[in-house]
Design a protein around this ligand. Sequence first.
Ligand code: C2E
Ligand code: CA
Ligand code: CA
Ligand code: CA
Length: 275
Amino acid sequence: AKTEGKGTYRFFEASMGAQIRERRSIEHDLRSAIANNELGLAYQPQAQVDTGEVNGFEVLLRWKHPTRGDVSPALFIPIAEESGLILKIGEWVMREACREAASWKRPLTVAVNVSALQLTSDGFVEFVQATLEQTNLPAKRLEIEITETALIRDPNRALVSLQRLKEIGVNIAMDDFGTGYSSLSNLRAFPFDKIKIDRSFIQAVHANPQAAAIVRAVLGLGRGLGLPVIAEGVETSEELRFLGLEGCTEAQGYLFGRPAPIMEFMQLISDNIMV
Ligand code: C2E
Ligand code: CA
Ligand code: CA
Ligand code: CA
């Protein structure tokens, strides 16, 4: 048993080394990803629960690596955050998203994920303001999605940035609601305009009574605070029905559309009747 344990340890050590090399390699390649045109944006519709009407889109970063193929944001975003690369990448995302949204014929909203490092970095609010001016996108059409982790990093700076963004008219959504540490006090302390329930709760509403109870409670919380609630990761019409019955007004998920290049939503973004 002793030798077995040692062997396991060596294997573990070797795989740790491989993981570190893998991270370094991804970080290295990510440095040139913007310049090499490897990054792209996918858009996912956000719809009205009762009518199915689309209100806007969330922007999700995509990376097509020359040899690895599509790399998941769940893998490369944390590396981009730890290395600081998210600052440059995040600016690119914001510019592209605002420019794209400004070109739409219909005044739909665009929701951009903003990480902790961006939110608390020097000049972030000025950058957003300048981007809105340069692209001619009205501030009210931009929504930024912030997770609680982003608030924990530097709560004072986060608060100042969020207050200033709100002042210029940008909407602020609390992302991944329910998965953080102290959601309730954060809702009171920060100027959120919307609550986004994490998809882990939505996907369990039918299998797990606890998840259903949590979703109901979050919807009640939203009503009490006067904040709209959007459900993420809605895949089935049963989930949508449940949400409608419980008073959820907005939803996003594969049921309405998978994240895709904006061209696939041509009919939604233009007011032209296509035949
Ligand atoms: P998120 O902000 O919670 O985004 C929702 C994730 O759920 C996306 O994964 C989306 O593709 C996926 N999703 C949407 N609807 C469904 C559904 O019905 N079923 C299932 N199974 N999944 C669904 P994605 O695109 O892989 O992004 C993962 C995470 O990476 C995001 O989670 C976000 O935290 C981060 N991310 C993506 N783009 C950006 C970005 O531009 N900036 C930053 N800072 N983070 C980003
Ligand atoms: Ca999000
Ligand atoms: Ca989520
Ligand atoms: Ca998230």
